[in-house]
Design a protein around this ligand. Structure first.
Ligand code: ATP
Ligand code: MG
Length: 439
């Protein structure tokens, strides 16, 4: 992409309405624009990050054996009457009436709809286990939308739903999602700690929240800090094998949100030097709730003995749009965002220090072509802004590499390469710089 043709409305001033760093930086870097309280337009730069995150989530869901579909945002109220949640959900649910006076709602989550889809066609244990997921916009009329995309009203969520014949198989499905979550957050450069959690309106007994530690997080958390050093399951983790050793390693160390924190247990099970109190951002949550929806909604399957029983279900959410903010909270400095390579909107920013100068333009174009060919997704600043402005904007938007090309360096056959995360700069030939970038 050439900056002269891109749409990047960066702000020079710090927006006063933003209370936390990620919100400020997302507005300043031209990633989002608020259209109503808690409702945002995703501008091109923000949209690219959102899609990268979504793709990592998708790859890890697929790897763990989940199957993608897409359910609508609007749902019939009657479906929610079947589970009893239509009245229970309260003011967070956005209720809509269509022209035929049919009551509808903008989905805050999809347990009912997926159960309806499941019961229409799955009848036998032979079709299990089944895990279906989608990545779709949700609406929750939050009392206090704030912190930008962190607590929006309209937000993008990945939600997966597992169906099994019995509780043990349901637990195994839960374990697979647990492992997939460890992996997908790590791939985004985040340390997300699974913590015992309350189940809230989704229901059930067993649940973990995945929490990124950050001072601006909304929940207080208590943990054994050794959990921060546990190894993430590798690419070749066997999802068809027994995952309980991994789950045990991650759940035997104490980690709990304030809602379920048990001070007595914490002090009994954790050495004083290992105790850590922090704040955190919930980026995902997994639930096992058995037959909470399948019994009232009559989603039954026949077992090997021919007897019908309600499917055992779990649900698994990831806050895709919240993650954009959470990653920034975890990775920024005074100059701006520092994107981990895996979610960066572009891989390399090429800065042409003298656009219009034939030698500079030619060198930039050749770098641009080479990086495009190898899939490094360069963003070329070919505008006639002053160098200072270009440097500041490039730091602000946080691309992993900056390739700085100017007339003085080129006279000696040199360019400059800067790594955004460390600030390290090196002067080298363009070919050598391209080699470093391509690893
Ligand atoms: P919270 O406690 O933060 O309100 P929740 O527990 O109600 O969230 P879940 O039903 O567990 O949310 O939804 C799954 C994920 O969706 C959450 O872990 C979170 O990352 C994300 N999410 C939930 N509510 C919002 C929101 N208002 N804005 C952005 N992301 C959200
Ligand atoms: Mg939750």
């Amino acid at each position: 992409m050439r900056l002269s043709r891109f749409f990047l409305p960066v702000l020079k001033q710090t927006p006063s309405e933003a209370q936390i760093t990620s919100h400020r930086l997302m507005l300043r870097a031209g990633m989002i624009r608020q259209e109503a309280a808690g409702i945002y337009a995703w501008l091109p730069l923000g949209h690219r990050v959102l899609r990268k995150i979504e793709q990592i989530v998708r790859e890890e869901m697929d790897r763990a054996g989940a199957v993608e579909l897409l359910m609508p945002t609007l749902q019939l109220a009657d479906l929610w009457r079947e589970s009893g949640r239509y009245d229970a959900y309260g003011a967070e649910m956005l209720r809509i009436t269509d022209r035929h006076e049919r009551e509808m709602l903008y989905g805050p989550t999809n347990e009912e709809m997926i159960t309806e889809i499941f019961r229409a066609s799955v009848k036998s244990y032979k079709q299990l286990p089944l895990n279906l997921y989608h990545i779709q916009w949700k609406f929750r009329d939050e009392q206090r939308p704030r912190f930008g995309v962190m607590r929006g009203r309209e937000f993008l969520m990945k939600d997966a739903y597992s169906f099994d014949l019995d509780e043990a198989a349901g637990r195994a499905s839960y374990d697979r999602m647990f492992v997939a979550y460890l992996r997908l957050f790590a791939r985004m450069g985040l340390k997300a700690v699974p913590m015992k959690a309350e189940t809230g309106p989704i229901g059930g007994e067993l649940s973990h929240e995945f929490i990124v530690l950050a001072q601006t997080g909304e929940s207080a958390v208590f943990l054994d800090k050794r959990i921060l050093d546990l190894p993430i399951p590798a690419d070749d983790v066997d999802y068809r094998g027994d995952l309980t050793p991994v789950i045990d390693a991650w759940t035997h160390l104490y980690a709990a949100t304030e809602d379920v924190h048990d001070a007595t247990r914490y002090e009994r099970d954790t050495a004083e030097v290992d105790r850590m109190t922090a704040r955190g951002i919930e980026v995902g949550q997994v639930f096992f709730f058995g037959d909470k929806y399948s019994t009232p909604m009559k989603a039954t399957v026949s077992g090997p003995d021919g007897a019908e029983r309600p499917a055992q279900m779990g649900s698994y959410g990831v806050g895709v749009s919240r993650l954009v903010g959470a990653i920034i909270e975890a990775s920024h400095d005074d100059a701006g965002i520092i994107w981990p390579d895996t979610v960066a909107p572009y891989g390399v920013g090429i800065i042409n220090l003298r656009a219009g100068d034939a030698t500079c333009d030619a060198a930039c174009e050749s770098a641009y072509a080479a990086l495009t060919t190898v899939g490094k997704e360069p963003l070329l600043d070919d505008t006639d802004e002053r160098p200072g402005g270009k440097f500041a904007a490039m730091d602000l938007i946080g691309l992993p590499w900056q390739l700085i090309i100017g007339p003085r360096g080129l006279a000696e056959g040199m360019v400059e390469l800067k790594r955004r995360a460390t600030g390290d700069r090196q002067t080298l030939s363009l070919d050598a710089a391209l080699q470093v970038i391509c690893g």
